[in-house]
Each structure stands twice: as structure tokens, then as C-alpha cells.
Design a protein around this ligand. Structure first.
Ligand SMILES: NC(=O)c1ccc[n+]([C@@H]2O[C@H](COP(=O)([O-])OP(=O)(O)OC[C@H]3O[C@@H](n4cnc5c(N)ncnc54)[C@H](OP(=O)(O)O)[C@@H]3O)[C@@H](O)[C@H]2O)c1
Length: 257
């Protein structure tokens, strides 16, 4: 009797296709990452809320690498229940992940509350990333070198987290609404890197530089005027790709195997 599981067979033949997950893959940085991954031959699973944008990017992925079963997985990552369901869905689609790239995010200067009664920025930039990473680690551990990539303002907003008010119920509107969640993401990256030291999974926390995306245009709480001139501001502030390359990787857990 053949008792080999599909995973055993994959391991035995070494014939596995690289599968990578990109949250926020329907727009901006995540979309660009997803297309690049597809070009290098990965099967890419993109996550976002918009079916329409998902279908558009899926078309780009299939154009980049025809014949590969790329997937759009719809999920609102501001909700922990949907985040947990997404993790379960990913585990049904694949038995391994080469990379989990976390790009889903928003910029808000006013706190917003989800139906879980949690602050939306905090969930998106930190809690859902934590939950997804925890649930996906077994799949990442199945890759020769699994990567957790946290795209954020790595190292930009230090010491902005109030441990007595993690949900920002008493905080004032302003940049700190987002900033503190970015710092929480930084702390998560360093702690995760420490805990995974000596394993095959690596952690990257990335500051992409000022990048011309929809982030400012869709920002919540910014005056309409600021949002209207956002594309120009982003263009003016955009870091040349050479220096961006130098700043891209802020932390990385050393590989010890
Ligand atoms: N652009 C910059 O200059 C810059 C600088 C520093 C850091 N970053 C960070 O880079 C990351 C990506 O930003 P971006 O500039 O690419 O932004 P973007 O163009 O606005 O894209 C944001 C992505 O996040 C997804 N998203 C938003 N809310 C979501 C939710 N509740 N559930 C699931 N997906 C959600 C959006 O998809 P749907 O609308 O389909 O849900 C979209 O794909 C963010 O974490 C941001 O903080 C950006």
C-alpha cells in the first residue's frame, strides 16, 4: 500500500513549484511584487478586498506566466475572522509557501473601529500580520528558505506605541494613529526574527521608500486637498531606485543553518 502523502511525493521528487502569497496584491507595491514573482515563475496567491482589482491583477499574473494557477483570495484583513479563514484557505490551496509578503495597509490619521471593536490600522499593520504569520509558518517551513516579508515604515516611527492604550481609545487624531501600528510591526519583525533564528524561515522588514501608489490618495483623515496633490508629492519625494535598493532591507534574521 502506498502511504505517501502528496507532500511526501513532492519532497521526494523535488518537483514543487514555488508558491508565494502577497497581501495587498490588488494594488500598489503588492501588485508590483506579485507581478515580479509571477515573472520569475512563482504561483502567486494575491489577497485583497476588491474582486474587480483582483481580477485585473490576476490577468496581469496570467500574462506574466501563462498556465500557472495563480489565485485571487478575497479577504478583509481588518477582520480577524476573515484573516483566520484566509489562512485556512491558503492551506487548502498549497502545502508550502516560499514567501508571505505583507503589503496590505492603509494610512489613517483618525482611528477607526472594526466590527471586532479593534482599531483598523492596528489590525491591518500588526494583528492580522501576526495571525497570518502564525498560521502560515508550517507552510513557510516546508520551503527550502521561506520568507516573511513585512512591508511597512520599518524603523521610521520609533517609540510611538502606548502599551496602556494599544487600541488608541484615548489618542488624538494625527500621524500617530498609523505610526504606532508601524512601530508594532517593527517589534513583531524583530521578535519573530529572534524566535525563528536557526530555522529555515527568514524575516524581512522593509521600508519601500516613498512610492507612488494609491496610499495617500486613499488615506483616511487627510484633507481632500492633500489627497488631491498626493501623486505630485509622491513623485517629488520618490527615492531613486538605487538608493531605495540600499534602504530596502532593515532587519533580517541571520541564517544559521
Ligand atoms: N507607498 C508608500 O510610499 C509607502 C511608504 C512606506 C510604507 N508603505 C507601506 O506599504 C504597504 C503597501 O502600500 P501601498 O503604497 O502599496 O498602498 P496601496 O497602493 O494603497 O495598496 C494597498 C493595498 O492594501 C489592500 N488593503 C487595504 N485594506 C485592506 C483590507 N482591509 N483587507 C485586505 N486588503 C486591504 C488594498 O487592496 P483592496 O483595496 O483590494 O482591499 C491594496 O491592495 C502599506 O503597508 C504601507 O504602509 C508604503
Amino acid at each position: 500500500m502506498n502511504t505517501m502523502t502528496p507532500l511526501d511525493s513532492f519532497r521526494a521528487t523535488g518537483a514543487r513549484r514555488r508558491v508565494s502569497l502577497v497581501t495587498g496584491g490588488t494594488d500598489g507595491i503588492g501588485r508590483a511584487v506579485a507581478v515580479q514573482l509571477a515573472r520569475r515563475g512563482d504561483q502567486v496567491l494575491i489577497v485583497g478586498r476588491s474582486e474587480e482589482r483582483g481580477a485585473t491583477v490576476l490577468g496581469e499574473l496570467h500574462a506574466a506566466q501563462p498556465g500557472v494557477p495563480h489565485r485571487f483570495l478575497r479577504a478583509d484583513l481588518a477582520l480577524l475572522g476573515e484573516t483566520a479563514r484566509l489562512a485556512a484557505r491558503v492551506a487548502r490551496v498549497t502545502d508550502h509557501l516560499y514567501a508571505a509578503v505583507f503589503c496590505a495597509g492603509v494610512l489613517s490619521t483618525v482611528p477607526e473601529w472594526t466590527s471586532d471593536d479593534l482599531e483598523r490600522n492596528f489590525v491591518l499593520s500588526y494583528l492580522s500580520r501576526y495571525l497570518l504569520t502564525r498560521r502560515l509558518l508550517p507552510l513557510l517551513a516546508e520551503a527550502p528558505s521561506g520568507r516573511v516579508v513585512l512591508v511597512a515604515n520599518a524603523g521610521v516611527y520609533r517609540d510611538t506605541l502606548d502599551f496602556d492604550d494599544l487600541q488608541y481609545r484615548h489618542g488624538k487624531p494625527g500621524l500617530n494613529v498609523s505610526a504606532r501600528t508601524q512601530f508594532a510591526n517593527d517589534l513583531f519583525a524583530t521578535e519573530l526574527a529572534d524566535r525563528l533564528r536557526g530555522t529555515r524561515v527568514e524575516v524581512f522588514c522593509v521600508f519601500p521608500g516613498v512610492t507612488a501608489t494609491s496610499l495617500l490618495r486613499n488615506a483616511i483623515g487627510l484633507p481632500r486637498f492633500v489627497r488631491a496633490v498626493a501623486p505630485l508629492v509622491q513623485k517629488l519625494l520618490a527615492i531613486p531606485s538605487t538608493s531605495r535598493r540600499r534602504r530596502r532591507c532593515t532587519w533580517r534574521a541571520p541564517r544559521t543553518w
